[in-house]
Design a protein around this ligand. Structure first.
Ligand SMILES: NC(=O)c1ccc[n+]([C@@H]2O[C@H](COP(=O)([O-])OP(=O)(O)OC[C@H]3O[C@@H](n4cnc5c(N)ncnc54)[C@H](OP(=O)(O)O)[C@@H]3O)[C@@H](O)[C@H]2O)c1
Length: 346
């Protein structure tokens, strides 16, 4: 049987901020059959994750400097792989049966032929909505958990600053940090987001960075006794300002630098003497290196969810057609919490 498969591609490499005209919706027929014994699987997407790092894969330098990007470059006109939740439609792989739920590398499209069933695993929803498995119980959650506990190595009572705090990773870092017993301040880009952080997610304080002209002075105001941990999602000036306000033996977990993704000329330049004299540790990390804590992450987060102690923040659009605007919106601060697109009904 053949079905039509709608999917999103980029027309050319993207420099600077992404825009609608950079993307194209394509339709191609896909035959719903696989070679017996091939181990191949065809999946139908249910929820696809929309992530800022994909922009770095879309740049032209991605093709020539593979070592500098964590994920493989995206080739114009080809389907774009992405994390998500899907259902098995056809399987030539004994590990996966038709109609089973899976999570892993699918695509910004309706169907994907997954060669050898690679980078897919069976999904037990554990009583949670399927969308949670593309967000809070997926890579966003693992990133927040591993980044905060493994890289920041918090101690109770420490003072934590999180940027892009209403975003997918940032809101969870703040919630984990509060549950752990830290003092937490977040920054985000609108007054509605600030209210959400303080009133719904339990942050001790929050500020709108777009209203501030001197970030060093702002952080001094919010942290008169200094910052112990900075969870950096944005890079550039915010990183410089946070380092300037850090206490001795402070830790900076560099999770991402979204403000630099759309502007390659922009760079963080923290004061090196501060780093030396205050013995500050600045460490980049990738969630994929932290599967050793996956079991702890899932059991802790599920317990918090069941106890109502952690609030899942999701921002879901629907239909393949909405993927470009969902993605573009990440760089304009349109999303509140985990951005994903529902491609098909569960
Ligand atoms: N290391 C890893 O393994 C890993 C894994 C996942 C994500 N990440 C990184 O973590 C960061 C957050 O990712 P996410 O998936 O949770 O995205 P997200 O925070 O849900 O969405 C991006 C948010 O970034 C903010 N933003 C956009 N442009 C900005 C700018 N120029 N300056 C300051 N803030 C800006 C926007 O919120 P405002 O309204 O606050 O501006 C936007 O909502 C990204 O840097 C991403 O690359 C890293």
């Amino acid at each position: 049987m053949e079905v039509s498969n709608k999917y999103i591609t980029i027309k050319t490499h993207i420099e600077g901020a992404p825009k609608e005209t950079d993307f194209e919706l394509k339709t191609a027929a896909i035959t719903l059959s696989v070679e017996p014994g091939s181990n191949d699987v065809i999946v139908k997407s249910l929820y696809v994750s929309i992530d800022p790092y994909q922009l770095n894969r879309m740049k032209s330098y991605s093709s020539s400097h593979k070592a500098t990007v964590a994920a493989a470059p995206i080739t114009p006109a080809e389907a774009i792989d992405a994390f998500g939740v899907a259902k098995v439609v056809v399987s030539g792989n004994p590990e996966f049966q038709k109609d089973e739920l899976v999570v892993g590398s699918i695509s910004w499209g309706e169907y994907k032929l997954v060669k050898g069933g690679d980078r897919l695993r069976k999904l037990d929803p554990m009583g949670f909505p399927l969308s949670y498995h593309a967000g809070i119980l997926g890579f966003s959650g693992l990133t927040a958990y591993a980044g905060f506990f493994e890289i920041c190595k918090p101690k109770k009572g420490e003072k934590v600053f999180v940027s892009a705090a209403s975003g997918s990773v940032g809101n969870l870092v703040g919630q984990y940090a509060k549950l752990f017993g830290c003092y937490v301040v977040g920054s985000a880009g609108s007054k509605e987001k600030i209210a959400l952080l303080k009133e719904k997610l339990g942050f001790d304080d929050a500020f709108n960075y777009k209203e501030e002209t001197d970030l060093k002075a702002t952080l001094k105001r919010y942290f008169p006794e200094g910052i112990d941990i900075y969870f950096d999602n944005v890079g550039a000036e915010m990183q410089e300002a946070a380092v300037a306000n850090m206490n001795i033996f402070g830790r900076v977990a560099v999770c991402g630098i979204i403000s630099e993704y759309t502007n390659s000329g922009r760079r963080a330049a923290p004061e090196m003497l501060d780093i030396v004299y205050k013995r500050i540790r600045i460490q980049g990390f990738l969630s994929v290196d932290h599967f050793d804590v996956y079991g702890d992450f899932i059991s802790t987060t599920c317990d918090h969810l069941r106890a109502g102690k952690i609030h899942p923040l999701e921002d879901i659009s629907s239909g393949v057609e909405s993927i470009p605007s969902a993605f573009i919106g990440l760089f304009q601060g349109h999303n509140v919490g985990k951005k994903m697109v529902q491609i098909a009904e569960e």
